[in-house]
Design a protein around this ligand. Structure first.
Ligand code: FAD
Length: 453
């Protein structure tokens, strides 16, 4: 029989509780996605691994669903009528500049960690957005501006502390609980709650990059992707082929038209970076050029915490984008049903591709280009129409690679799991799930159901 949840009782055990009656409840249950409006029974902000173990016991005693929140950027970290374990107070950070490593608690955001390590001239790559939580992005993989130079976030993960479903607090790495350490590098939050991570850091005292806007034609898009693929590993790029917002620096004739709004980051000597980036400036006369020598932290301008867009998106991988593919992209983008249509193209390769596909649970190592197709819209009742647009767009450009990146998949199910993980990876993940979470306590995620063969 399950125990009833009593907020006054909980307040005796946990210091930081947010209940539906509290003034900050609405803020505390909000995630980035504007179409997620779930009402948990309680939000518990933990401060250490023992408290996390107590929340796990509570979830078992009450049989309430348990969601885990680090930065709240996914659609999974809040649950109706359940418990949200919120890690956002856990922000301890121990940088060892000598060994170039950091122990970082899972409540830190990417920019909090990055700003701190950059003070020592050191960095590790997360994504393209500073406010993403290091918890969710790391457990799914982590594809950012250093992906070609230093690989995914998980390629720099040396160890972690995990509280498992039985309440044990485990120190895991390549030799201790190696199976679990393999699984958390790409398998998401399925296997336990990560309290802290140990990352390897890299020297990064200079960078060259920023935003470059180019006109979008099939030629410029294909050229951009070609240059990005042959660029040195130090240069990672994100080309957003998208509806131009009415940005003041952009000539009015382009507002609402499809342009390339690209973010480029050369992680290293600024002069070398400028040389490497020249090829992109040569593609066409830029509509706007904000590329400059910079500190890496400038790649992450502050984002608006109150921005909760309504959006549908599809993640996929592409083998190539030639003029014909680019032409198809432009056709669909121009027929976009929302107020903003985007094909975000990230050329991968470099360090991430040199890691063997079976070394971690992130197996899409040889995928050449990651594409995120999205429509940002205004009225929730119109969602089906935008979903249709995104489906048709995806179908029109699908190539041989049917994989997708788990952290960018916003719907859940078997189809999504199969896209996220090749069959052999998924089977191994299910077995490890059965060992560490046999009752599937951690299911608010791209859920890997446990199996015992
Ligand atoms: C604006 C935006 C930009 C993005 N850009 C990038 C990008 O450039 N590169 C990229 O790789 N991804 C990117 N993402 C995707 C992002 O990596 C995922 O949404 C990720 O899950 C977010 O992590 P979080 O901690 O903020 O999210 P949360 O919603 O808090 O958590 C995400 C998932 O991880 C689980 N989880 C979180 N922390 C823990 C923990 N400590 N222990 C166990 N489970 C945990 C949660 O239960 C949930 O299932 C972006 C997302 C957004 C919204």
């Amino acid at each position: 029989m399950s125990t009833e949840l009593s907020i006054p009782q909980l307040r005796k055990t946990f210091k930081h509780i947010v209940s539906p009656k509290d003034a900050d409840y609405d803020k505390a249950r909000t995630v980035v996605a504007g179409d997620i409006d779930r009402r948990p029974a309680v939000i518990i902000r933990t401060t250490n691994a023992n408290e996390i173990a107590q929340v796990i016991s509570l979830a078992k005693e009450t049989s309430l669903p348990l969601a885990v929140r680090s930065g709240g950027h996914s659609v999974h970290s809040v649950v109706d009528d359940g418990i949200v374990l919120d890690l956002s107070l856990m922000k301890d950070l121990q940088i060892d500049a000598k060994t170039k490593t950091v122990w970082a608690e899972a409540g830190l955001t990417a920019i909090e960690l990055t700003s701190a390590t950059l003070e020592h001239g050191l960095a590790i790559g997360f994504g393209d957005t500073g406010s993403v939580g290091i918890g969710g992005i790391t457990l799914g993989g982590g594809v950012g501006y250093l992906v070609r130079k230093h690989g995914l976030s998980i390629d720099n993960l040396l160890a972690a502390e995990i509280v498992t479903a039985d309440g044990n607090i485990l120190q895991i790495d390549e030799t201790n609980h190696a199976d679990l350490f393999w699984a958390i590098r790409g398998g998401g939050g399925n296997f336990g709650i990560a309290t802290k991570f140990k990352f390897k850091l890299h020297d990064l005292t200079q960078a060259y990059g920023g935003m470059l806007c180019l006109p979008a034609t099939s030629e410029t898009i294909a050229s951009f992707l070609k240059e990005a693929g042959s660029a040195p590993d130090a240069l990672s790029t994100i080309a957003n082929v998208m509806t131009a917002p009415p940005m003041p620096f952009l000539a009015e004739e382009y507002h609402g038209k499809i342009i390339i709004l690209a973010m480029l980051c050369y992680a290293g000597d600024a002069n070398e970076g400028e040389k490497a980036i020249q090829a992109f400036r040569n593609i066409a006369t830029p509509l706007a050029d904000f590329l400059h020598p910079m500190s890496y932290s400038e790649m992450f301008p502050p984002d608006d915490p109150d921005y909760h867009p309504l959006a549908v998106s599809k993640n996929m991988h592409l083998d190539y984008v030639d003029e014909s593919v680019a032409e198809t992209m432009l056709k669909h983008l121009n027929q976009g049903t929302g107020m903003m249509s985007v094909a975000q193209l990230r050329v991968l390769g470099g360090a991430m591709a040199r890691v063997p596909a079976d070394a971690t649970a992130y197996a899409h190592r040889k995928s050449k280009i990651m594409a995120n197709l999205a429509s940002v819209y205004q009225d929730i009742s119109e969602k089906p129409q935008h979903e249709r647009w995104a489906d048709e767009f995806q179908n029109a450009i699908t190539q041989s690679n049917k994989g997708a990146y788990v952290n960018f998949i916003n719907t859940v199910g078997e189809k999504e799991l199969e896209a996220a993980y090749p069959a052999s990876t998924l089977e191994k993940l299910r077995l490890i799930k059965a060992k560490y979470d046999p009752t599937n306590l951690f299911k608010m995620n791209q859920n890997i159901f446990p199996i015992n063969l």
